[in-house]
Design a protein. Structure first.
Length: 133
């Protein structure tokens, strides 16, 4: 399984510590300036949330092969865009999230239903982050 969720932080630590990409919802208000959305301060309170979805570092290559063309062009902390940064902030707007949600059932990459279900839970938020280690 590529994606994991945990009910407690001790459950996450027992599974594998901190070698995860973390998928977290952006709970900032729509209209927040992009430089604030991708700031370290904005994501600091999101880290290791029980509502996040996690991808184990051991599964990075498999994830990239399956999702690399679907989950791409996120905004980095330096406001540039590109492929997922394993070590940084990757922000995807609500519009990008909706496009990803449309692509997942069409392309059906491994474990896409888990990611799709998680994204559907976050449609009221201002997009989502993929946070590197």
């Amino acid at each position: 399984m590529l994606f994991h969720s945990f009910h407690t932080q001790s459950e996450r630590r027992e599974f594998g510590g901190s070698d995860f990409l973390e998928f977290a919802f952006c709970k900032l208000s729509k209209g927040t300036p992009m430089k604030d959305i991708v700031s370290n301060d904005a994501v600091a309170s999101l880290r290791w949330s029980n509502s996040s979805l996690y991808l184990c570092g051991d599964d990075w290559n498999e994830f990239c092969n399956a999702y690399g063309e679907i989950i791409t062009n996120g905004t980095y902390g330096n406001l540039k865009k590109g492929y997922l940064d394993w070590c940084g902030i990757n922000y995807f707007s609500t519009e990008q999230m909706m496009l990803i949600m449309k692509q997942l059932p069409l392309q059906k990459p491994k474990d896409y239903q888990l990611l799709l279900n998680w994204l559907e839970q976050g449609t009221q938020y201002n997009g989502f982050y993929v946070l590197g280690v």
